[in-house]
Design a protein around this ligand. Structure first.
Ligand SMILES: C[S@@+](CC[C@H](N)C(=O)[O-])C[C@H]1O[C@@H](n2cnc3c(N)ncnc32)[C@H](O)[C@@H]1O
Length: 176
């Protein structure tokens, strides 16, 4: 199964019309569009104006979505607690004049903030792209953080075992 197919199948099983969900990297809006169909409310971030414009076009028929052009390290300026799910699709916007790529140190800050705003039994889905410069830095920094901080990884998925194939982590917040 392709990576996106896996993630979208997972989203369909997790999200319902009572949920507030956040897309941390809207890109071309593929994930945002599905979230609009599944959730009560969707908030989407991207630092690239082109991504915000592309996504706004994709979701123009939905009124339950708010798109914010800002770095996702600033999510706490816009969001309250009680989020059911955050999705991070890391990397860069393909074919863009300004393909701003996610950076390991910022992704970690954004992850920590997302985790603190997540409701109990909420989820974070992260896709790491290992084929671009910096992708492995993100992967190692974040997965070390998960291991050292008892972050509850409930599933890992890689469509094929290969050095460049994206890896998806599904995290569930369970407070004891
Ligand atoms: C792989 S694309 C996302 C694809 C998207 N999920 C989709 O379904 O089309 C990664 C996106 O992350 C954005 N990005 C990079 N660094 C960011 C940051 N610090 N904060 C928010 N967005 C960022 C890029 O501009 C790019 O649009």
């Amino acid at each position: 199964m392709r990576t996106n197919t896996f993630v979208h199948k997972y989203l369909k099983g997790l999200i319902n019309k009572e949920d507030i969900v956040v897309d941390m990297t809207v890109g071309n809006g593929n994930d945002t569009l599905l979230l609009c169909q599944l959730a009560k409310e969707v908030i989407g971030f991207d630092i690239n104006e082109e991504a915000i414009i592309n996504t706004a076009n994709r979701v123009k028929d939905y009124s339950n979505v708010r798109l914010i052009k800002d770095n996702h390290i600033n999510i706490d300026l816009y969001l309250n607690e009680g989020i059911k799910l955050f999705i991070f699709n890391l990397g860069y916007l393909p074919h863009s004049d300004n393909p701003s790529t996610t950076k390991a140190s910022e992704t970690l800050i954004a992850f920590k903030k997302a985790y603190s705003l997540l409701k109990d039994n909420g989820y974070i889905i992260i896709t790491f792209y290992l084929g671009h410069k910096g992708g492995y830095d993100e992967y190692y920094l974040l997965t070390d953080y998960f291991k050292n901080n008892d972050i509850n990884v409930i599933e890992k998925y890689q469509a094929h075992s290969s050095l460049k194939e994206p890896i998806v982590y599904i995290i569930k917040k369970v407070t004891t």
